[in-house]
Design a protein around this ligand. Sequence first.
Ligand SMILES: [Zn+2]
Length: 181
Amino acid sequence: MARRTPKSEAQFTASLRPLQRTCPQCGNPLWIAYHTRRKIVTLEGIFQLRIAISQCHTPTCARYHVRSHPEEEGRWALPHGEFGLDIIALIGFWRFQEHRSVPEMHQRLQARGLVISGRAVTHLLHRYEELVSLHVTDRVRIAARLHEQGQVILALDGLQPDVGHEVRLSWCATACLKKSF
Ligand SMILES: [Zn+2]
């Protein structure tokens, strides 16, 4: 049965602040320029994120007034994405592990109480495929760098995956995507 809760109604809130406190260019403290809001639909419910945007206030710095989003934001969703990475990962798992069709996945998500269209499921499936493709491409790039430098330091801060390996693949690919923020 379809949920009657309006799509835009957030059930939870979370505040995101940048971990980086100093400008990577000049070393001076970063200032919070403003806060913005973003709603993300996840498997746990709809979150209203309050996001602190920071910037350097040193006029002579090359990064003067360059705005930075909190590092954690990339863990929630893709840039401009309405649905969380957990949903994208689950769709990828259903599609490639269980070979579910879009209508089947749509039905399953609705059964979990999500307000989502079939078209959105298709869109998220395409995003999943892009993430996997990016992950594979990035592995080639990392391997080349590793060969060059002899070592590589890698830091990931993804959530603990709870289903198949496709999900883990997604989280890794997402970590790669964070550089686009
Ligand atoms: Zn600076």
